[in-house]
Design a protein around this ligand. Structure first.
Ligand SMILES: Cc1cc2nc3c(=O)[nH]c(=O)nc-3n(C[C@H](O)[C@H](O)[C@H](O)COP(=O)(O)OP(=O)(O)OC[C@H]3O[C@@H](n4cnc5c(N)ncnc54)[C@H](O)[C@@H]3O)c2cc1C
Length: 430
């Protein structure tokens, strides 16, 4: 038996990318159905960290983050590495004061955060249906006209536009043969939550050098994000993971940290969780024949710091703007098609230079000896570190800023010129 539902837009996946897209669309009077295979609230492997870039997007979306008890704020990054080790003081770099971004970050558990965004989308008028696993895009005459869900009833959702926000493993993309570009960096990360006396601290910690209990250097970078409420989110990520076992690596790193921090099995809440970090727009496609890719499905994680939520939220606003315009022009018309194509162009304009720089960065930090030189000689210089933080967290003013902002702006502009699409190697579609 097959059931059919019809709407303007169907959004597959109710993570930050999908929920925000649905909220923006519903807020503009678009009839949107938001689907997720999971029942909410659901857990997600994540560091739960929201930089000022993500905070800005939450404010834009209209989410109320004013209650500082529910949304405890952090003031910047505390960095370990090079000269700054456990037995010395770490380097503390406050979030920069900028025209374009607030000077605080947040940490929010993903089960809460994602559930809240979904409720927000529903409050705007989106129809949320959980427990629906989408199997494939529905294609007619070369155009995506909906999605087909798994299960006994084989539900079909027909729509003028489909948004794939179904995460790194995007089933929708796979059903169309749109594969990730293997030349782009791909990371993998793992996190645990630990009951810790450090839970109330107001810095997000970044560990640029990881060492085991004997002082041996380990691959990857780590984080400690205090979540308030008694626990810290602690994890690490590696680029181009190959066959690295990130869970084992996390154990080795945590063994070398002070016992009183309680990052051990006894104080672990639930289980460790790991997942892929698809970076630098590695899907290669943002819009295709009625289908938009938003968030991890498009590979929107930053290669500089592993952040994906801010980009998912920002892309959601670009996608929704293009769809709202398309609806006003008349879905199915050539003019509407131009508007939808504009989504991909907008994303490229905003980020492609930055991500291009990130590819160089990713290649460099893949070489431990270069990373060691950078942390040893770069970290002792606070102004160089402030510069590095602005670059890594993508926090600079494109105009009206200081010399650091201008240097990063020029560098990203120059990099965008070199980012002209190169043909994929044989055998890779998309
Ligand atoms: C260990 C780890 C730590 C991280 N830490 C941070 C961090 O601190 N800060 C940060 O900004 N980013 C972090 N990231 C990256 C961040 O988690 C992602 O970039 C972000 O979740 C992307 O959001 P999304 O909505 O695109 O995808 P997701 O959050 O993955 O959501 C996709 C949704 O689609 C649903 N879905 C999937 N397939 C189907 C299907 N076939 N049918 C229906 N529904 C489907 C899923 O159930 C899910 O709800 C981290 C990632 C990892 C792995």
């Amino acid at each position: 038996m097959s059931e059919i539902a019809v709407c303007d837009v169907v959004v597959v996946g109710a993570g930050p990318a999908g929920a925000a897209t649905a909220a923006y669309l519903a807020g503009h009077g678009v009839d949107v159905v938001l689907l997720d295979k999971a029942e909410f609230p659901r857990a997600k492997a994540c560091g739960d960290g929201l930089t000022p870039r993500a905070v800005k997007q939450l404010v834009r979306l209209g989410v109320d983050i004013s209650d500082e008890k529910a949304w405890p704020r952090n003031q910047g990054l505390r960095v370990y590495g090079g000269r700054y080790q456990l037995d010395t003081e770490a380097l503390e770099i406050p979030w920069p004061e900028l025209i374009g971004f607030p000077a605080y970050g947040l940490v929010k558990r993903r089960e809460e955060f994602d559930n809240l965004l979904v409720s927000y989308a529903v409050s705007k008028g989106a129809r949320f249906i959980s427990g629906v696993t989408v199997e494939a895009a529905l294609v007619e005459n070369g155009r995506v006209v909906g999605v087909q869900a798994a299960g006994e009833t084989k539900q079909t959702f027909r729509a003028a536009v489909v948004v794939a926000a179904d995460g790194a493993a995007s089933r929708v993309a796979k059903s169309l043969g749109v594969e990730a570009d293997r030349r782009k960096p791909m990371g993998v990360a793992v996190r645990g939550r630990y009951q810790s006396p450090r839970a109330g601290e107001s810095w997000m910690e970044s560990w640029l050098e990881l060492r085991d209990a004997k002082g041996g250097l380990l691959p990857g970078y780590g984080w400690v994000f205090p979540e308030g409420g008694g626990s810290c989110n602690v994890g690490l990520g590696v680029l181009q993971a190959g066959d690295v076992n990130v869970r084992k690596l996390l154990g080795q790193w945590l063994e070398g940290l002070p016992v009183q921090w309680q990052f051990d099995d006894v104080h672990l809440e639930g289980h460790l969780a790991s997942a892929a970090l698809p970076m630098c727009l590695n899907r290669g496609v943002l819009y295709k024949h009625g289908l938009l890719f938003v968030g991890d499905s498009a590979g929107m994680v930053s290669p500089f710091n592993g952040e994906g939520i801010a980009y998912a939220l920002e892309a959601a606003s670009f996608a929704a703007a293009a769809i709202v315009d398309a609806k006003a022009r008349g879905f199915g018309t050539p003019s509407a098609e131009q508007s939808l194509r504009g989504y991909g162009i907008r994303v490229h304009e905003e980020w492609v230079g930055y991500f291009q720089l990130g590819r160089v960065f990713a290649a460099l930090i893949g070489k431990p000896e270069i990373m060691r030189i950078c942390t040893r000689y770069g970290l002792p210089h606070p102004s160089l570190m402030r510069f590095t933080m602005k670059l890594l967290a993508h926090l600079f003013d494109r105009s009206g800023g200081d010399w650091m902002d201008r240097v990063i702006s020029y560098a990203t502009k120059a990099a965008s010129l070199t980012a002209a699409t190169t043909p994929r190697p044989r055998g890779q579609k998309g």
